[in-house]
Design a protein around this ligand. Structure first.
Ligand code: PEP
Length: 260
């Protein structure tokens, strides 16, 4: 596996204000320039601060090819009377090249179902965005050994309806496996479980695509930190990480990026 191809994504969620988001990106860029990590880096700030971060990256002369910008959520509609929503094209206006779809907080706190996530995936791919589709089981499903069944359903419902689009945009889709119980809990899935589920995802993608091999990136997310990143990123079929809490600390986040 070419280590340059790893993707480490920072999901800032609903954290920071204008001042602290500038400080966080300033601190991170300083460390980034010093350590020059080999991975692709993606920052997903709260959408209201996208422009602030974009201006800051420009000022710091950071190419958006080195540190990309993404949006944490998009509207399932292209445009129109949908109060409070942000369309994929609006995100592109602020130089977002990635969208995050189906994060467990969207699925479980905001009750987004497979249908909504499928519509968002389609819109995102149609717009040419790199699309990170999150999948993962709850603790109840994990205890009932339903993990693979849940993931298969989530992948198929999001990708099968847009199968041709998915087939012709394989380089634009990224899967993030995030066990719901591991997000923000300080608990990570075991290395064996991560390896098993990532291999299962790879295989399921092959079946959907009707191929024997695919190079779709599969990220792991769920309490990744500077101490556990290296062993998780070393697992076959783990091509990067989606990082929440630890991405709010520039030192921890650069250490994760540098652990490849
Ligand atoms: C996430 O937000 O996707 C995430 C994995 O959060 P954390 O790293 O805090 O578990």
């Amino acid at each position: 596996m070419n280590k340059n191809k790893y993707l480490i994504a920072a999901n800032w969620k609903q954290n920071c204000d204008s001042k602290s988001s500038i400080k966080l990106i300033n601190d991170f860029v300083k460390l980034f320039n010093k350590t020059k990590p080999k991975c692709d880096v993606l920052i997903l700030p709260p959408s209201i601060y996208l422009n602030t971060i974009l201006i800051r990256l420009n000022k710091l002369k950071v190419s958006l090819k080195k540190i990309s910008l993404g949006i944490q959520n998009i509207s399932p509609f292209l445009n129109g009377a949908y109060t409070g929503e942000i369309s994929v094209d609006m995100a592109k206006d602020f130089k977002c090249s990635y969208s995050l779809i189906g994060h467990s907080e969207r699925r479980h706190v905001f009750m987004e179902d497979d249908k909504i996530i499928s519509a968002k995936t389609k819109l995102s791919l149609e717009s040419g965005m790199n699309t990170i589709l999150c999948v993962g089981e709850t603790i109840v499903e994990y205890n009932q050994k339903q993990t693979k069944k849940v993931i298969s359903r989530q992948l198929k419902s999001a990708l099968l309806k847009s199968k041709d689009l998915f087939k012709s945009n394989q380089d634009k889709i990224i899967i993030a496996y995030e066990p719901v119980w591991a997000i923000g809990s300080g608990k990570t899935a075991s290395l064996d479980d991560i390896a098993d589920v990532h291999a299962y995802i790879r295989n399921t993608l092959n079946k959907i695509l009707g191929t024997k091999k695919n190079t779709i990136k599969i990220l792991y997310g769920g309490s990744v930190n500077d101490l556990n990143a290296a062993s998780i990123l070393d697992i076959p079929d783990v091509n990067g990480a989606l990082v929440g809490g630890a991405s709010l600390n520039s030192k921890k986040f650069i250490d994760i990026c540098s652990s490849i």
